[in-house]
Design a protein around this ligand. Structure first.
Ligand SMILES: Nc1ncnc2c1ncn2[C@@H]1O[C@H](COP(=O)(O)OP(=O)(O)O)[C@@H](O)[C@H]1O
Ligand SMILES: [Mg+2]
Length: 489
């Protein structure tokens, strides 16, 4: 089943009175609420009051990755009238966390429900319903108690408008999750609890003792060389549990991201929640990709240099040939090699194996019109855009374009003036290229399909076999010649 879940801002606009700053606040909260769901072993649902005050819209939902879900179904987009969920009504009206003594039973699953008001400045924007599936809760371990305590601290901060921290977005891809490594530090920066994963991360960093009881900033200073850590101010602020930020530290063997959320459930700073993630492997792969990219670009650069050398040799040789036919043939070869070199040069500066072909086409136009030997003054222009093309398409297409432009310059105009227009259009997976000149037109009885001369043969073979496309050569509407190439791209 495929349904389209509306976004937070769509739901807010459709049903509530919240303004854009309220939405920004809620989005900041949602960026972090996987952490809260995981620490609570609970499902979270954000309810916002409708305009008329008749009830609540579910605008966002998060399931825990640390425990079973209490909701199998998606609630986003659902509406419940006031009176149906008394805890939500109560949390919103009293502006306090509301909870029930006894669990609710939902289809044989005991669920503990809590409602947490979400405050921004002096207003409550909505209510988070926190639903813990009690089937998953065993006799709590030290880890579970530490998680739950931290979740409670965070929910109290949400109710008071102290969380989220403005300007702190950390839902980027490598942001640490609770399961990656969880620490609590007290107000002096001393570790009071470290999850087994957090301890493992520090062990890999070189720690040989337990982490609990140590000052996190000083032990990190001991384990991480100065060159591989942030400035002293950032280090002591983040690892000391004072600043809501993340930072990266590491040594020879291990790199980790540290994310700190200072906690002040009753207004005063009592320490922080610190999440750790070992990103050694991730960073190694990043580096490998960078090197691989650079290598590919370097190879294109060298291919381009080699082709230019070949072109220069052919040009030298052409100058020494007396017979005009032989010289022309070599000069054409120089251009053919040159057009391939342009594609490789473009690839050598691009970060993907794809080229911005407008750039290539424009350079080919210039190259071809510069060598218009017969003394005609040729103007060229481009309409529309080729977009980006993969190297496999770009190289043959560059050769095709060179031949066609060359023919227009060479055969289209006598000694007068003329214009060549290159039109490119991308539509539904295909690229249509039209090269039209306003010259003297094709010779009487000319048949492009039957033509066995080299230029046309190259064009036909490349378009039909290499590019799997269609080629048409004929008269242009206003006189002159029109060549169109239609290829999948
Ligand atoms: N734009 C054009 N205007 C006039 N004639 C053209 C044009 N394009 C191609 N032709 C004709 O088609 C012939 C074949 O072209 P081609 O295969 O490239 O061979 P070549 O350019 O070596 O003569 C040309 O000799 C010319 O008579
Ligand atoms: Mg030709």
């Amino acid at each position: 089943m495929l349904t389209c879940v509306p976004s937070l801002s769509e739901l807010v606009r459709a049903h509530t009175d919240l303004d854009s700053e309220d939405v920004a606040w809620l989005q900041l909260l949602l960026a972090d609420w996987q952490i809260i769901a995981d620490l609570s072993f609970a499902d979270l649902v954000l309810w916002l009051p409708d305009r008329e005050g008749n009830g609540w819209w579910a605008v966002a939902q998060m399931r825990p990755t640390t425990g079973p879900t209490a909701y199998v179904d998606d609630l986003v987009g659902a509406f419940v009238p006031r009176g149906r969920r008394p805890l939500i009504d109560a949390a919103y009206d009293a502006q306090r966390v509301a909870r029930e003594g006894d669990p609710e039973w939902r289809e044989d699953i005991p669920v503990r429900v809590e409602a947490i008001p979400v405050r921004r400045e002096d207003r409550v924007l909505g209510v988070i319903g926190r639903n813990t599936n009690l089937l998953g809760v065993r006799t709590p371990s030290r880890l579970e108690l530490a998680y739950l305590q931290t979740a409670t601290d965070l929910t109290r901060m949400i109710a008071q408008g102290h969380f989220p921290y403005p300007g702190q977005r950390s839902d980027h891809a490598d942001s640490p999750r609770v399961g990656d490594g969880f620490l609590r530090v007290d107000e002096t920066g001393r570790v009071t609890y470290a999850s087994p994963n957090a301890l493992s991360v520090y062990r890999r960093l070189g720690l040989t003792t337990d982490l609990t009881g140590l000052n996190l900033a000083s032990i990190t200073r001991d384990l991480v060389p100065v060159a591989r850590r942030p400035d002293e101010e950032t280090l002591s602020a983040v690892l000391g549990g004072l600043a809501p930020r993340d930072t990266e530290v590491g040594n020879e063997g291990t790199v980790l991201i540290v994310r700190t959320v200072p906690l002040r459930p009753a207004g005063e700073h009592i320490g922080a929640l610190v999440l750790l993630r070992d990103v050694t492997e991730l960073r190694r792969r990043d580096r490998e990709l960078v090197t691989k990219d650079a290598t590919i670009r370097e190879i294109h650069h060298r291919v381009k240099n080699n082709l230019q050398t070949v072109a220069a040799l052919l040009r030298l040789q052409a100058r020494r040939i007396e017979a005009p036919e032989g010289r022309d043939a070599l000069e054409e070869a120089v251009r053919r090699v040159g057009s391939i070199a342009i594609v490789h040069e473009t690839l050598s500066t691009s970060y993907e194996e794809a080229v911005d072909f407008d750039d290539v086409a424009d350079r080919l136009r210039v190259m071809v019109s510069e060598v218009s030997s017969r003394g005609a003054v040729v103007h060229t222009r481009r309409e529309g855009s080729f977009g980006t093309l993969t190297a496999e398409v770009a190289t043959p297409l560059a050769m095709v374009l060179t031949e066609v432009l060359q023919n227009a310059v060479e055969h289209g105009f006598g000694e007068g003036e003329g214009t060549i227009t290159v039109t490119a259009r991308r539509r539904s997976g295909r690229l249509l290229v039209v090269v039209a000149d306003d010259g003297r037109g094709l010779p009487e009885g000319f048949d492009a399909d039957a033509s066995t001369s080299l230029g046309m043969s190259i064009v036909r073979t490349l378009v039909e076999s290499e590019l799997d496309g269609r080629l048409e050569v004929g008269p242009a509407p206003g006189g002159g010649t029109r060549v169109s190439v239609d290829v999948p791209a």
